[in-house]
Write a protein that binds this ligand. Sequence first.
Ligand code: GAL
Length: 418
Amino acid sequence: MWWTRIIIIGLGLIGIFGLPLQAQTKIEVAHWWTSRAEAKAISVIKQAFEQSGDIWVDSGIIGGAGDPMVEILKNRITTGNPPSAVQALIGHHLWQWAERDVLMSLDEIAAIEKWEDTLPPLVVQMIQYEGHYVAVPFNLHRVNWMWTSPEIFKNTKTEVPKTWDEFFVSAEKIQKAGFVPVAMGEEPWQVATLFEAVAIGLGKGDFYQRALIELDLNTIQSEMMIEVFQTMRKIRAYTNKQRQGMTWDRASSMVIKGQAAMQFMGDWAKGEVLAVGLSPGKEIGCFLIPQTQGIFLFVSDTFAMLNHHDPKIQLAQQKLAKMIMQPEIQERFNRYKGSIPVRQDVDLKNFDACGQRAKKDFEWSEKNKTLFPSFAFGLSAIPEIRTVILELINKHFDSDMSAEAAVKKMVALVKAAQ
Ligand code: GAL
């Protein structure tokens, strides 16, 4: 019969390409990598996983920094319907899942694959919960970048600012020339990204450490914090008027298209630059947010594996975890993503100029203790505190609330949550 021949040929082909004959395992992967570049990056992992014979059910949930995804997942986990893998940022963001006792331990894989030998010590510490590995990391993203349109700076004969004073001079000229000085979207974490950079830029590492990591009330209640809020208000005057519903990648495209001069954004924005075939460092400038030179505010993305009883799913989860840490996968993923590989032994010779700079700066900052976990992304404070402070930062940014009132409110929020 013709159809039996087709089956036999089909089975033969499966054998030739090394695909297993047993049933494939389906795993559902929840993440928020839905922009053009993010989707390209995650497809590297998806393809590798599917080539190994199993099925990847993709649950991409729109919303940078993962806030919408976390809300949806909390519900699914409580009702006993968890996905198999979930994107999480290292530190408190990840630990909120670990605390619920829903994560699979990755200790065995970490030991066999010697994760400790290739990962930065701070990352090792932040992907562990109560001494156990609970996630597998992909990358290191720098948060305090400033992406620029060289064309606008050239046409308006303005300098790329290194300080906030210089920024206000350039921004004024750019605005008068009819361009948007700063592209800024609406999501609360986008404003918070700028806030933490202003805080560390004005107050330096000590202030950031005490105010936004230790949440020390005296530091929060200081003149410096008032200056931070005042500076935010002044910057607001130079952002696009229409921010409603604007995602970070649409803000990036304003810079890419030469409509806005600057965007303050982590290097996932560089992914968008690469995705449209432009070269970062040349056609789009990569500088640091004013006054943050020498400082590396970072976030690192991971996948955590949620507990499942089915041994087939467990095997597939372990396979995925191993895959993410392969040097070759780390290179391909991160070249699309805009980040640098979290494995320190991956050669960056094929990366763009801004990526190579990020790697050098990361090593320098690690040595010189100017490496700081991002508050905006929930690395440095528990989610309950981060959420209410983000709300406050945005409320202040979008209203006429005074800097003094904002500081008072911040003190009250931290007191209430401690
Ligand atoms: C961050 C994440 C980045 C990037 C960004 C915007 O939380 O670390 O990888 O995707 O959100 O979606």
